[in-house]
Design a binder for this molecule. Structure first.
Ligand code: PAF
Length: 274
């Protein structure tokens, strides 16, 4: 992969990169399409990274659909898309461990607090993939907004020669944020899951006139009335520090972040507030 990319760059070509864990959907395709519009080729990595899972069951059950993924990518590009699907041994040899990172404190908030070691695993694999693929631009969805901010911080801290580009959340028609995990929802859970985005949209309106505490309490109340969904957290945070808001400031930009269990499937989403 490295040789191929270097040869292309030597001829003046540019390389975009979309790292994924496969089970591709339209959200991923929107990232690849953005990459294709800005680069000569796009590398799509497909690798279910074991070190970012704090739950072994989730790792085992994570959907793996390489043939279908390749067919889907072929619908938007043939010679312009390179798929890189390494094995666990290719990446980790026999040492499946993560590097320990500090990302200026971003790693301790939200997903970092609820998923032990998650961002060490993400940092380890993304750094390794950046070293192999050596892209000029890499594309990440804003659904994993904390991940996006952490990757930007990593690129800054390690002075990596690439641009990290955040892309808008891609949603199903009923508002559910696209995720590879959605395919594992039961039909009952899939039917109620759009409630998450619906609640976020109303929370955004309420944030215009109410305090963050009032909005959070309102959200918690809504989920108590919804027996099929279990709220893990709802947090309004500053997008730079990802720290929960203390007092509203017009000089700061906020997002609301949410994690919800639909049965044993964990879904996350977020919305820009101002
Ligand atoms: O967002 C994902 O799918 C993963 O966290 C990533 C960036 C591909 C690293 O494994």
């Amino acid at each position: 992969m490295s040789q191929h990319v270097e040869a292309l760059k030597a001829k003046g070509g540019s390389v975009g990169f979309v790292p994924t864990m496969g089970a591709l959907h339209n959200g991923h395709l929107s990232l690849v399409e953005k990459g294709l519009s800005e680069n000569s080729i796009v590398v799509v990595s497909i690798f279910v990274n074991p070190t970012q899972f704090d739950n072994q069951d989730d790792l085992i059950k994570y959907p793996r659909t390489l043939d279908a993924d390749v067919s889907l990518l072929k619908t938007i590009g043939d010679t312009t898309i390179l798929v890189y699907a390494p094995t666990v041994e290719d990446i980790y040899n026999d040492n499946i461990t993560s590097q320990a990172f500090t990302f200026g404190g971003l790693e301790h908030e939200m997903e970092g607090a609820f998923r032990d070691g998650h961002f060490d695993g993400v940092g380890t694999i993304v750094k390794r993939l950046f070293e192999i693929v050596r892209p000029g631009k890499a594309y990440f969805g804003e659904k994993d907004f904390q991940q996006l901010q952490i990757i930007k911080k990593m690129v800054e801290l390690y002075k990596m020669p690439l641009e990290v580009i955040g892309c808008p959340i891609y949603r199903a028609e009923d508002g559910l944020a696209m995720s590879s995990r959605n395919t594992r929802l039961t039909s009952e859970h899939r039917a109620v899951a759009p409630f998450i985005y619906k609640t976020l949209k109303t929370a955004k309106i309420k944030f215009g006139t109410k305090s963050a505490k009032d909005v959070s309490e309102w959200v918690e109340k809504q989920f108590k009335k919804q027996p099929l969904l279990e709220l893990e957290y709802f947090i309004i945070a500053d997008i730079e520090t990802l720290k929960p808001i203390k007092r509203k400031s017009t000089k700061k930009t906020y997002r609301a972040f949410i994690a919800v269990y639909a049965g044993d499937i964990r879904l996350i989403d977020n919305i820009a507030l101002n």
